[in-house]
Design a protein around this ligand. Structure first.
Ligand code: URA
Length: 239
């Protein structure tokens, strides 16, 4: 990879700024000052520093966000704030995207990455990756609903869902539930409850595949995945 591209991609500055740093002698490759922007860097073996700071090549980025309400799960929007707008410039540099969508009014676990293979393996319908949601439901959720979800319910467009595991945490005028599904149809959880005559009034995703929401992340904030979490994803980031 070209030296100026490496520096810019790793967030050391714009291509123009990076060229200036090079001219000023701020960049060293294998301890030698290098001023040419176009030299080729072997990202596995060359040691690059900029102002003495190591430039470590990283291709992919993996972020866990605790999405807040009122934010779109999209990369950009002309009018509304998106989850990508909440990222630092350093993280935006990697051109990440939300892996799957949460509705504007849904909170909770959202993986943001630039690894397309991982996204495919987490989202492809035939991979059956489980997603667990916590929700408040207007109306008394019953054992009949649990059974209906286990068989699969018919959505408003005639689609028959795959089985969903519904756990009733509190059955009341406003019930509390956890639901695990392996699909990701548009508004799926809300529409599954509509199919049994009930309304979701609060929705939060707790997990996706092997990853659980870190509840210590404040709403609207995020962090990079830990080494342990990355290890859980390893088999999903391959073909
Ligand atoms: N199901 C929904 O209805 N909304 C979401 O945001 C996610 C799943």
């Amino acid at each position: 990879m070209r030296l100026d591209k490496l520096l810019a991609n790793m967030g050391f500055g714009s291509r123009k700024e990076v060229k200036q740093y090079l001219k000023n002698g701020a960049v060293r490759v294998n301890e030698e000052v290098v001023k040419k922007p176009n030299i080729h860097i072997d990202t596995e073996n060359d040691v690059v520093t900029c102002f003495g700071e190591p430039v470590i090549y990283q291709e992919f980025i993996y972020l866990m966000m605790n999405k807040s309400q009122g934010i779109l799960s999209a990369t950009e929007d002309t009018r509304e704030r998106t989850v990508i707008d909440l990222l630092s410039a350093e993280h935006r540099h990697f051109k990440p995207f939300p892996v799957g969508r949460l509705d504007k009014d849904t909170e909770g676990f959202l993986l943001i990455s630039n690894n397309g293979k991982l996204a495919h393996n987490l989202l492809a319908p035939k991979k059956n990756v489980p997603k667990t949601y916590y929700a408040h439901i207007e109306g008394v959720v019953t054992e009949e609903d649990v059974e209906a979800f286990l068989k699969g319910v018919t959505l408003d467009d005639g689609y028959e869902t795959k089985p969903g595991q519904l756990k009733i945490l509190k059955s009341d005028q406003v019930s509390e539930i956890e639901l695990t599904i392996t699909e990701g149809k548009f508004h799926q959880v809300k529409r599954m409850f509509e199919a049994v005559g009930k309304k979701v009034v609060y929705l939060k995703r707790l997990s996706m595949g092997p990853l659980q929401l870190d509840e210590s992340i404040p709403l609207g904030h995020y962090r990079e995945l830990t080494e342990e979490e990355l290890a859980l994803l390893e088999h999903l980031a391959e073909d």
